[in-house]
Design a protein around this ligand. Structure first.
Ligand SMILES: C[S@@+](CC[C@H](N)C(=O)[O-])C[C@H]1O[C@@H](n2cnc3c(N)ncnc32)[C@H](O)[C@@H]1O
Length: 315
């Protein structure tokens, strides 16, 4: 019998994979290496929350007990190389994945191709290049001017920038991501986009560094499947939503069987396959956190791992 990787191993694989991706995009944008760019909190609120790009700040108290900092520091300090340009079979957007034989996510679309051309054409290349989602959460978020939005696993920030336009100056958007290089890339991108109402914070979606009731809308794009503790993610999302707040998620769900080998593979975890839950289990986890009006839309054309939209509300 093959063992499922530990939460710690999964987290390390995800940070390594998406850190490499972020560094490659930053390098092609001509930005300085992230080791320097990443070491100060971006705002007073970040500083108060202890959020910084140091390895320790990106870990929960439990995970900080493990020797992960070596991996984080090595990732932050190493220069990008041609073969880090992502994506191989271990990233969420993969043409390489889609092409590989027996890939349960074959035929899925990932990244910037999922958006209206007019939405992405106004965004800098470094935003579009980093896009690694499996849907377009803006399509289900129905954002209104003035709303406060949190994006779980914001990556290079594409959904945050699109949301920031929709909520306008009276609203605000925060992106949360546990990969230091991704946060550095998103902050670089924010400077390029030039919007004042969008900010990025380093942290884990299992331990959201914001106070109760802080947001009107939580969105997420191809991220929660990467968590080893999905019930905790939904409990945290519920906590930081205001009463009446909305959850709008695009994510990979499982239709059919995954092999033991796939479940045990860290590449398949980082590639948004091994961590995908069956749709009913996903919906149950959202309900168990206290959400109501829990609904899903997905089009399963073949068994495997498919993209779905999930929506819910905090009463
Ligand atoms: C597939 S990418 C999607 C990025 C972005 N949502 C998009 O659509 O381009 C997954 C992102 O989620 C982040 N992530 C994965 N698990 C996380 C966790 N437990 N806490 C915070 N961020 C996480 C990764 O660092 C990565 O940037």
């Amino acid at each position: 019998m093959t063992d499922t990787p530990s939460a710690r191993e999964i987290q390390r694989a995800v940070v390594d994979t998406y850190g490499a991706r972020a560094r490659a995009v930053l390098a092609s944008a001509g930005a300085p290496p992230t080791a320097d760019a990443c070491c100060a909190p971006a705002s007073a609120e970040d500083a108060a929350a202890g959020a910084c790009c140091s390895p320790a700040a990106s870990m929960t108290a439990a995970s900080a007990a493990q020797p992960m900092s070596v991996s984080f520091q090595a990732a932050a300090a190493s220069a990008p190389t041609a073969d880090e340009s992502c994506c191989g079979p271990d990233c969420c957007d993969g043409s390489a994945q889609a092409a590989s034989e027996g890939n349960p996510a074959a035929g899925q679309q990932f990244g910037a191709a999922l958006y209206e051309a007019t939405d992405v054409s106004a965004l800098p290349e470094s935003v579009v290049a980093a896009s690694a989602g499996c849907g377009n959460p803006l399509a289900i978020a129905a954002l209104r001017p003035g709303e406060r939005v949190l994006d779980l696993g914001s990556g290079g920030g594409i959904d945050c920038f699109l949301a920031a336009r929709q909520v306008g100056e009276a609203g605000e958007v925060w992106g949360l991501d546990m990969t230091p290089d991704m946060v550095a890339l998103a902050r670089h991108n924010a400077g390029e986009v030039g919007l004042e109402n969008v900010r990025f914070r380093l942290g884990e979606i299992e331990d959201i560094p914001f106070e109760e009731g802080r947001f009107d809308v939580i969105m997420s794009n191809c991220v929660i499947n990467l968590s080893a503790d999905k019930p905790r993610v939904f409990r945290e999302a519920f906590r930081v939503l205001a009463a009446g707040g909305r959850l709008g998620v695009s994510d990979m769900v499982q239709v059919g069987e995954l092999s033991e080998g796939q479940r045990a593979s860290l590449d398949q975890w980082a590639g948004c396959i091994a961590g995908a839950l069956p749709l009913e289990d996903y919906l149950d986890a959202i309900r168990a956190a206290g959400f109501v009006q829990v609904e899903a839309q997905h089009e399963a054309t073949a068994p495997g791992v498919v993209s779905a939209y999930l929506t819910a509300r905090k009463a």
